[in-house]
Design a protein around this ligand. Structure first.
Ligand code: CO
Length: 166
């Protein structure tokens, strides 16, 4: 396993649209293991998308289990994820390993229903809400070449520089 290099804004490759995964083979599972190690090596570490390490395939990992007392599914590898339904809207603060110096306020659906495949290619559906729903919407955005910076409520009032060392 290996910690992979993260692309940082304004790298134009972060704007690329990723393609669906077609082969669910050992190479995919090895890449997912590296992607997960990379996520866990970063600060925050609640989600990562394959294009953030320069692999333009529709693969995301989320794990919000470090946040106590919220509804969540634990570690999830979501391949070819697709949001099927959105409900509610809520503004919240986001950060991103590809935008290390800033956080920002973004409006997301409060809850979502989605389908995705696992590393074996089996399809599942999930209902997510709150912080987990926010995390999955953020990561799926990466697959379509979008960063939270593209969705700031106000560029002037909703972008915040991180304090040094945090
Ligand atoms: Co991100």
């Amino acid at each position: 396993m290996a910690v992979l290099d993260i692309l940082h804004y304004p790298d134009p490759r972060l704007k690329q649209t990723s393609v669906p995964v077609e082969s669910f083979d050992e190479a995919l599972r090895m890449f997912v293991a590296d992607l997960e190690e990379t996520m866990r090596a970063g600060p925050g570490g609640v989600g990562i998308a394959a294009p953030q390490v320069g692999r333009f395939e529709r693969i995301v990992i989320i794990d919000v289990s470090s946040k106590p007392k919220i509804k969540q599914h634990g570690r999830l590898v979501l391949i070819n994820p697709e949001i099927l339904a959105w409900e509610g809207m809520v503004k919240g603060r986001e950060g991103c390993m590809s935008v290390p110096d800033f956080t920002g306020n973004v409006i997301r659906a409060e809850s979502v229903r989605l389908s995705a495949q696992d590393e074996q290619g089996d399809s599942r559906e999930f209902e997510m809400e709150g912080f987990e729903a926010r995390a999955v919407q953020h990561e799926i955005d990466h697959l379509d070449g979008l960063l939270f910076l593209d969705r700031l409520v106000s560029k002037r009032h909703d972008l915040f520089r991180r304090k040094a060392g945090k």
